[in-house]
Design a protein around this ligand. Structure first.
Ligand SMILES: O=C[C@H](O)[C@H](O)[C@H](O)COP(=O)(O)O
Length: 226
């Protein structure tokens, strides 16, 4: 099974966790896109749900599929949030933000009773840190936060725009520093250290948030719990 096939498989499986009448949080990224498309098919067949998305891209996709999509201020209590991840480690500790959406993702995930992670098996690791840890930063604080992250040994570098033209900007208009820090043996301590830097808006460590991960691979879809 290719990685794209695995993403499509797990996206379809996640739809089974959505029931009529639910308020659903839609994630961001390539796996979430496949989930949203599969969910859109169910909506066309009559599934009645209301949705909130964690990025402009996912919001626009859901709208284009004719889904009932609104904003978190209008629908603040969600039954479930379904989203991808860049890494999943034991305990369902996650790195997210490869697509730059971790701030809104963390807010939407925190608004849901249940957060289900959808990944292909290449995302599963024993220890977080193979994937660079994204940190979202207020523009004027970039040099300050860069030097503080470097002093912590986290090896930050500014994310460029996808088309290579200037810096990457999040949906909230902030910069991202990607930290190629290597293995993160104590994610809670790393999260606390990053949180302590003035000018940091959010980081991509998601700890004690997910309640289930659906993992697609050659054997089908397996479930992982914290
Ligand atoms: O900012 C983006 C998100 O955290 C994504 O959910 C994450 O990067 C995984 O994306 P993908 O499914 O494209 O690998």
């Amino acid at each position: 099974m290719t990685q794209d096939e695995a993403k499509a498989l797990v996206g379809k499986r996640a739809v089974e966790f959505v029931q009529d009448g639910m308020a659903v949080g839609l994630g961001t990224g390539s796996t979430s896109t496949l989930f949203i498309k599969a969910l859109g098919e169910r909506v066309k067949q009559g599934l009645k749900i209301r949705c909130v998305a964690s990025s402009d891209a996912s919001h626009n996709l859901a709208a284009s599929l004719g889904m009932d999509i609104t904003t978190l201020d209008k629908l603040p209590d969600l039954d479930v949030y379904i989203d991808g991840a860049d890494e999943v480690a034991p305990g369902l500790t996650l790195i997210k933000g490869g697509g730059g959406a971790m701030l809104r993702e963390k807010i939407v995930a925190s608004s849901a009773k249940k957060f289900i992670v959808v990944v292909d098996q290449t995302k599963v690791v024993k220890t977080l840190g193979r994937f660079p840890l994204p940190v979202e930063v207020i523009k004027m604080a970039l040099p300050l936060v860069h030097s503080k992250l470097a002093a912590l040994g986290l090896n930050p570098s500014q994310r460029p725009a996808k088309n290579g033209d200037g810096p990457y900007l999040t949906d909230e208009g902030n910069y991202i520093l990607d930290c190629a820090c290597g293995q993160i043996p104590d994610p809670a301590a790393t999260a606390a250290a990053i949180r302590g830097i003035v000018g940091v808006v959010e980081h991509g460590l998601f700890l004690n948030m997910a309640s289930l991960a659906l993992i697609a691979g050659d054997g089908g879809v397996t479930e992982m719990y914290p």
